[in-house]
Design a protein around this ligand. Structure first.
Ligand code: ZN
Length: 417
């Protein structure tokens, strides 16, 4: 995709983002190549790359190898050390966190079991994880902020904060404001599936996809539709909660009050129920051990049923939304997701059948277990690295000089992405 700059006077931040985005997507690119891709004048691109280099977001490197006359050209790359971001994935019973640099590399990872029924304990766990990660030597002085990914729906509805796959017992997200006050860092949050989808957009298998559906397979099951690299929100910010779509008539009772919901068949919680290890403290390790041994008939039966539901879900999503691909991420072990995807073959006929390359109808996150945390870490830097006009209108953070240059404003409370 060619990103187009604009010559309007007020568009300077937008053009800087366009150029930064092209550099990120290409990995390494010369000034002339940028000019060819963004439809801005060579002088404008030169000014922008100078600005970006001055504030440390990009670095210039002399390309080696090209034996032409004169000096080999200078190529620009994103500066990995331009800053770090902290991602926290909050799931029922556990908080996981990672320190991530500007190119999506995980520099440190921690996790802790916590009774998430009590928001105050979750808050204490998050503060502990952040302090622990920030103690690392030689981390960048610039911390872009903390991103927190939580199971949805987060906007208050009949089915928010209910059931063992959500943050049961929570009333609101005020602890995130306290997290901001307690750490003096900017805090951003989103539903885990939105975070995962944005993470895949910036650093993962969806890097080259402008539209796709992200399926978040964790303790519960969620989903996010990405259109033009933006997560579709719906009327009230709770769009595409696919876990609560009823798929089995008179099926298993669901905590949302309905029966036969997809999540009751396709989630880690559902698998733990089948294996009768819902309350086991080492539940995830037991699941992996059982998958590796592959002997338990209950596991086999669950996988077959879950694969049937996955096949149906893929058909529903494809026929409804015609996404370029369905990307599966989340905290579920890769071994499990791979098995279910294999068992779901052949997929149903749908509007993607005969159009999409069969192996590309479903793509697996390369980060699988880490995709939630990486997605969370992306929240504080997504609007910096993504050249979308509408993002520029939002009220956000960061040090004043950089914020000005990139068209941003500081915020005073946790920002929802
Ligand atoms: Zn339900």
């Amino acid at each position: 995709m060619v990103s187009r700059g604009t010559t309007q006077q007020s568009s300077a931040p937008y053009n800087r983002r366009i150029v930064l985005d092209v550099i990120r997507r290409q990995g390494s690119i010369s000034r002339k190549e940028i000019v060819d891709l963004v439809s801005l004048s060579p002088q404008t691109v030169a000014n922008i790359t100078n600005d970006l280099e001055t504030i440390g977001l990009i670095v210039a490197k002399r390309r080696t190898g090209a034996k032409s006359r004169g000096q080999p050209p200078i190529a620009f790359e994103l500066n990995p050390n331009a800053g770090n971001s902290i991602g926290i994935s909050l799931e029922p019973g556990r908080a996981s966190a990672a320190l991530v640099n500007l190119v999506g590399e995980i520099l440190g990872r921690r996790e802790v079991d916590v009774d998430t029924h009590d928001p105050r304990r979750a808050l204490a766990a998050m503060v502990g994880l952040i302090n622990d990660l920030l103690r690392r030597p030689a981390i960048s002085e610039r911390i872009w902020g903390v991103g927190v990914a939580l199971p949805g729906p987060l906007i208050e509805t009949d089915i928010s904060f209910v059931g063992p796959t959500a943050l049961e017992g929570w009333k609101d997200l005020s602890v995130l404001d306290e997290l901001r006050d307690g750490t003096r860092l900017q805090v951003f949050y989103s539903v885990d599936s939105v975070a995962g989808a944005l993470g895949e957009t910036l650093f993962g298998v969806a890097k080259s996809l402008d539209n796709f559906f992200y399926m978040h397979f964790g303790v519960g099951l969620g989903g996010t539709l990405v259109v033009n690299r933006t997560a579709y929100r719906g009327a009230n910010g709770n769009a595409t909660e696919i876990g609560h779509i009823p798929v089995v008539p008179a099926g298993k009772t669901c905590y949302c009050g309905n029966a036969g919901c997809l999540e009751r068949y396709l989630s880690l919680h559902s698998l733990a129920e089948a294996l009768q290890i819902v309350d086991a403290p080492d539940r995830d390790m037991q699941i992996v051990a059982q998958l590796e041994r592959n002997e338990n008939p209950a596991l086999h039966a669950w996988c077959r049923q879950a694969a049937d539901r996955l096949r149906d879900a893929v058909c529903i999503i494809e026929n409804m939304l015609d996404p370029r691909a369905i990307v599966i991420g989340g905290s579920a072990p890769k071994l499990l997701v791979e098995r279910l995807v294999a068992l779901a073959q052949p997929l149903h006929h749908s509007v993607r059948g005969g159009v999409a390359v069969p192996t590309e109808r479903i793509l697996l996150s390369e980060r699988q277990e880490d995709s939630s945390i990486l997605g969370a870490a992306v929240l504080p830097i997504y609007d910096l690295l993504s050249p979308r006009f509408e993002v520029l209108q939002q009220d956000r953070r960061v040090e004043a000089d950089l914020a000005d240059l990139m068209g941003q404003r500081a915020i005073t409370r946790a920002g929802r992405l």
